[in-house]
Design a protein around this ligand. Structure first.
Ligand code: PMP
Length: 360
């Protein structure tokens, strides 16, 4: 078998090896069914057990209150960019958006198709390198939307903003979901494409409070109503069965690791090492404001694009893949989600120190 290398990809991203090994077996035969996971009907007893495990583990790991539904949808987080306003925003209403990166901007663009948008804050003035402290909410927003972790820019909200009045808080948590404890009761909707912390691309986790499901209009396409998926237990049509299977495996792994608190400690240890190194480095600099640094995506530069390219090439040759930063930031980005091993962070720091000695 080819040796596995350190995969710093921003998503799809590294998954826990035990999960992949189990999946390898279950591809051929799920348990003793004689039928592989990709081949099981979504109505089969075997798949229903997988589905129920995914939902139960999600509820357990994140302590999801009873008045919330856990849905497994398709279309990625990008579909939630329009499904949220389609269900929660009418033409005469305003939704508030905290704009902290290009994913937030994309969400704003979709919301404008359905109603008014108030940009409650934006950090675009400094290329999204920080999380604004001043937030100007509108009088009575239909909801408040924010992106908890900004994958491209390496910034993360330390905690969720407080929405005004009883406005539901809607969170795109695609790149930091379940990387730390989350109090779901503070949210109306939390959604995340699975391909960073939860599993493969193709399944989107949506945790939504019951009253928001009921409140949505019925004169929009059936597949785009939360109600449809809630009533059918995410089985209105064929759900992304393999994605749900992997998600269940990843959540079981997460539970075995000690749950969200233990995961947060591991993530703090991993990112902390890297930021500590960056703090004292004479060559590499972190690009995100110190107070807002992400535990998931660590962005850094040398300040010289040629040197960045040289470092990335050397790292790739040494088995550290996916370190090239997003084109809008340049430099490097180390995506170190839940399943990324600490040894890979150590290896990266070792390489950076060596490179620094040669080039500082
Ligand atoms: N939001 C965030 C924060 C993301 O990082 C991404 C993808 N990288 C998206 C949304 C878009 O997700 P998808 O590709 O699942 O539509």
């Amino acid at each position: 078998m080819t040796e596995r290398i350190y995969n710093f990809s921003a998503g799809p991203a590294a998954l826990p090896l035990p999960v992949l090994e189990q999946a390898q077996k279950d591809l051929i035969s799920l348990g003793d069914t004689g039928i592989g996971i990709l081949e099981h009907s979504h109505r089969s007893k075997a798949f229903l057990a997988v589905y129920e495990a995914a939902e139960a583990l999600c509820r357990e790991v994140a302590a999801v209150p009873d008045n919330y539904k856990v849905l497994f949808l398709q279309g990625g987080a990008s579909t939630q960019f329009f499904m949220v306003p389609m269900n929660l925003l009418s033409k005469d209403q305003t939704a508030d958006y905290l704009v902290t990166g290009s994913w937030s901007k994309k969400a704003v663009k979709e919301a404008k198709l359905f109603g008014n948008v108030n940009i409650a804050c934006s950090s675009e003035d400094q290329n999204f390198s920080y999380i604004p402290e001043e937030v100007a909410f509108s009088d009575n927003p239909a909801y408040v939307h924010f992106t908890s972790n900004n994958t491209i820019y390496g910034t993360e909200f330390a905690s969720e903003p407080a929405a005004p009045g009883d406005a539901p808080l809607v969170c795109d948590a695609s790149s930091d979901i379940f990387s730390r404890p989350i109090d779901i009761s503070k949210y109306g909707i939390v959604y995340a494409g699975a391909q960073k912390n939860l599993g493969p691309s193709g399944v989107t986790l949506v945790i939504i409070r019951d009253n928001l499901i009921e409140q949505g209009p019925s004169d929009i396409p059936t597949m785009l109503q939360y109600r449809t998926h809630s009533e059918a237990g995410s089985m209105f049509n064929t759900p992304p069965t393999f994605g749900i299977y992997i998600l269940a495996q990843v959540l079981q792994w997460l539970k075995d690791q000690g749950g969200l608190e233990a995961m947060q400690q591991k993530n703090q240890a991993k990112a902390g090492k890297l930021y500590d190194y960056l703090e004292q480095s004479k060559l590499f600099n972190a690009t995100a404001a110190k107070k807002d640094r992400s535990l998931m995506n660590v962005t850094f530069v040398t300040g010289d694009a040629d040197l960045d390219a040289k470092f990335i090439a050397q790292a790739t040759a040494a088995g550290l893949d996916g370190l090239k930063g997003h084109r809008s930031v340049g430099g490097m980005r180390a995506s170190i989600y839940n399943a990324f091993p600490e040894a890979g962070v150590d290896k990266l720091i070792e390489m950076m120190s060596q490179f620094e000695q040669e080039h500082a």
